[in-house]
Structure formats: structure tokens, C-alpha cells
Design a protein around this ligand. Structure first.
Ligand SMILES: [Zn+2]
Length: 412
């Protein structure tokens, strides 16, 4: 197996804040990542970094094994003659990264290379939805091991691990204020993760991570201002503003699910009343259906969605109310942020009535009337690997920053 670039474990603890001197290197690498192969002169044009600096930066990256040279395809007849320009692309083998998503019912792991190509993935059921920090770290490590083993790897072959959890998380210090996956509040997950992983491990709110993945790999690639709204057990929001994830001063903003939509309303899992997710989250839909009909026998939301499609009056009423609440919430987001795009994401996206056109139409009627088109609303189609992909994208970004920083120190 080709050697990887090593990243010291104790370096894992930074997020979007990094030395501005690294910005030129990151811009060059991001431009290479966004291409199928790009010449140095085109990198200079795209980034505004001078051609001489691009040559020097890419020489360092080539020497470090982050990127590699490829020969362009044969020029077709009629095109410009002369020596073909060498193109640069990311070197997939530079890093292997695991992304992990922990839900109430399962642990999903995706292992990718530095180019973002999938190496292995799997989803395992979870016996206990709420755990201590140590139990969670051990559970994640075991799932990562099983996934790595499918590809003949171990956790020692990874450069970084990214983990997405529902809840309020300060990503800058791997601190969980609250998560539906943890049995207590205010858990410093960093030390427990450092015990099980020999590489840096990063945690963040799962909706933030989906926004990160959309920005690096998906529909948000060319955009600077877009929102990702996730609906599953709870309701989450990832905010990409000015090309960066917005996290808030305490690292726990963007709690769209806990914006209040009803005074003295339904009890939320956060302990307060009238939160949006207390009407729209999966747990809320099932609770409402069972409260309205004691004999209702919906095992999960897909049963409830099917009942609504078959005309069951109580299921229909529950879905209608949730759809109306959700439309109101989305309209509030548009009125506040005026994003280029809103991406709707979650489990069972194909069946979820909340993502149907009638909800979007309702939302449009609640947005303040301006004589320009409304932002696009699109539904993420990545399926259940989406969350792990987001976690992997985040870890990849962090490992890129760490590697470039090391590169900067070596050449300084
Ligand atoms: Zn709440």
C-alpha cells in the first residue's frame, strides 16, 4: 500500500480558523480539488495567486504527495499545437478518511480517499440510543474497524475521523453541550476519542456536516450562501454564509428545530414547548399519531407516511399540520437569510411528505413579496450515506488544513 502523509494526533483541534498565510495554499488546493485536472497557469487565473507562487506551492504539494501530475489527453485535430501542459490533480492515496454518523438506531461509516472516492461503507444497527462519552467513542471505533476491515484496512490507516451527532456541539473543542445520543449534558468527547483513535477525530453537528458535504461535493459547490435543512428524528440546519459554515458565538447556533412556532405548544425533546421539531421531527409525528388514535400501530414514520398516502384521516391530519409548520419555518428562513438555495435533506427523503410541492408552495406564499425569483429549493438525494459523507468531508477539510500548515512550517 502506498505511504500516506502522517498527521500528528495532537494537532487535531481546529476548525475554520487558520493562519491567513495558509489561505493561498488552501485556495490552490481547493481549485485543484474542484477540477478533473488543471494546469498551473489556470490555477493562477482561478485563484488570483501569481503564477510563480502557484509553481512554488504546487512543487511543495507534489513533494509532500498531496497532488500528482497527469498528462493531458491527446489534443484533437485543430486544437492548439505545441507542448501539452501538464495537469495537476489530487493524489487519492494521500489520505484515507472516515466519516461517521450516529443516529438513534444505527451507526453509518464511510471511508473515502483524498479525492473523495468511496473505499468502504457500512451501516450497523445500534443497540442503545443513549450512551456515555466512552461508550460512544468505543461504539464509533468498533464501527470504523468493521468498515476498514471490509477494505483490508485498520483504523491505523486513517488520517482523520469525522463524526456527526445530532445536538448542540462546539466543534472547535469537540464539546457536546447536548445530544440525543449521549446520556448526559456537557460531554468533552475529545479525550475519549483520543483514546480510541490514533489520528485526529473531529465532531460536529450533523446538519453542519451535510452543509459542508454539499459545499465540497454537492449542489452547493459553486455557491457561497445556502442553507441545508435536515429532517429525521429532529430538525437541523446547516448555514453556509459567505462560503463558511456559520456556527454562532458559542458554537451552538442554527437551532432551527428549536425555533418556537407555538406558544405553550407541544413538548420538545429539548425540554421546552412549542419548538418546530416538536411538530415536524419523526418522534413528534409518531407521538401525535399515537395520541390521536390509541390503536394506531405505526412502527416508524414510513408506516405513518404510508397510512397518510392511503387516506387514513389521523395520519393525514398529523402530516398536514407538520407540513404547515414546516412551510412556516422555511419561509422564516428565507425572510431572514435570503439564501441562493435551500437543500432539504434527511432520511427517507423520497417518501417524506414534508418535502412535497404543496409544502413548498405554502412556503412561497409566506415569503415576503419581492419582485425577484425565490431561492431554489432542492432535495438531497444521497440517501443514508449523506450524513457520513458530511462527516468525512469535514474531517477531510481539517486534515487538509493540518497538512498545508505542516507544509508551510517545513518550507518556512
Ligand atoms: Zn426544542
Amino acid at each position: 500500500m502506498e505511504p500516506m502523509i502522517s498527521v500528528a494526533q495532537d494537532q487535531g483541534r481546529l476548525t475554520d480558523r487558520f493562519d491567513p498565510r495558509d489561505a493561498g495554499r488552501l485556495a490552490v488546493l481547493d481549485t485543484i480539488r474542484g477540477s478533473e485536472g488543471i494546469a498551473r497557469i489556470d490555477i493562477a487565473e482561478a485563484t488570483g495567486v501569481s503564477p510563480a507562487t502557484v509553481t512554488s506551492i504546487t512543487a511543495d504539494m507534489l513533494a509532500a504527495g498531496l497532488i500528482e501530475e497527469i498528462l493531458p489527453e491527446e489534443k484533437t485535430a485543430g486544437s492548439r499545437r505545441g507542448r501539452p501542459r501538464v495537469l495537476l490533480k489530487l493524489r487519492g492515496a494521500a489520505h484515507r478518511i472516515a466519516g461517521v454518523k450516529v443516529t438513534q438506531k444505527s451507526v453509518t461509516v464511510l471511508v473515502i480517499d483524498f479525492e473523495g472516492h468511496e473505499i468502504a461503507s457500512r451501516e450497523d444497527p445500534l443497540a442503545t440510543p443513549r450512551m456515555t462519552g466512552q461508550q460512544l467513542a468505543a461504539t464509533v471505533a468498533a464501527a470504523v474497524d468493521r468498515t476498514c476491515a471490509d477494505a483490508g484496512l485498520t483504523r491505523h490507516d486513517l488520517s482523520a475521523v469525522g463524526i456527526g451527532l445530532a445536538g448542540q456541539i462546539d466543534a472547535t473543542r469537540n464539546h457536546v453541550y447536548w445530544s440525543s445520543s449521549l446520556s448526559s449534558r456537557n460531554v468533552d468527547l475529545g479525550p475519549a476519542l483520543a483514546e480510541v483513535f490514533p489520528c485526529p477525530a473531529f465532531i460536529d453537528n450533523d446538519a453542519n456536516l451535510v452543509a459542508k458535504a454539499e459545499h465540497i461535493f454537492g449542489m452547493g459547490r459553486a455557491l457561497t450562501d445556502f442553507l441545508v435543512v435536515t429532517v429525521e428524528h429532529g430538525v437541523g440546519l446547516g448555514m453556509m454564509i459567505g462560503g463558511k459554515l456559520y456556527r454562532g458565538a458559542r458554537g451552538c447556533g442554527a437551532e432551527f428545530g428549536h425555533t418556537k412556532v407555538q406558544a405553550h405548544g407541544a413538548l420538545c425533546q429539548c425540554g421546552q414547548r412549542g419548538c418546530l421539531e416538536a411538530y415536524v421531527g419523526d418522534y413528534a409525528l409518531l407521538r401525535e399519531a399515537h395520541m390521536s388514535a390509541a390503536d394506531a400501530d405505526h412502527q416508524d414514520v414510513t408506516d405513518l407516511f404510508a397510512a397518510a398516502r392511503n387516506g387514513d384521516p389521523i395520519a393525514t391530519e398529523v402530516i398536514d399540520r407538520a407540513g404547515n409548520m414546516f412551510a412556516m419555518g422555511l419561509a422564516n428562513l428565507v425572510n431572514i437569510f435570503d439564501p441562493q438555495l435551500i437543500i432539504l435533506a434527511g432520511t427517507e427523503v423520497a417518501q417524506r411528505p414534508m418535502f412535497e410541492p404543496w409544502v413548498i408552495d405554502k412556503m412561497k406564499r409566506l415569503v415576503i413579496d419581492v419582485d425577484v425569483p425565490l431561492p431554489d429549493i432542492k432535495v438531497n438525494q444521497w440517501g443514508n450515506l449523506m450524513w457520513a459523507k458530511g462527516a468525512a468531508a469535514y474531517a477531510m477539510e481539517q486534515v487538509t488544513i493540518l497538512t498545508l500548515r505542516e507544509l508551510g512550517q517545513n518550507v518556512a
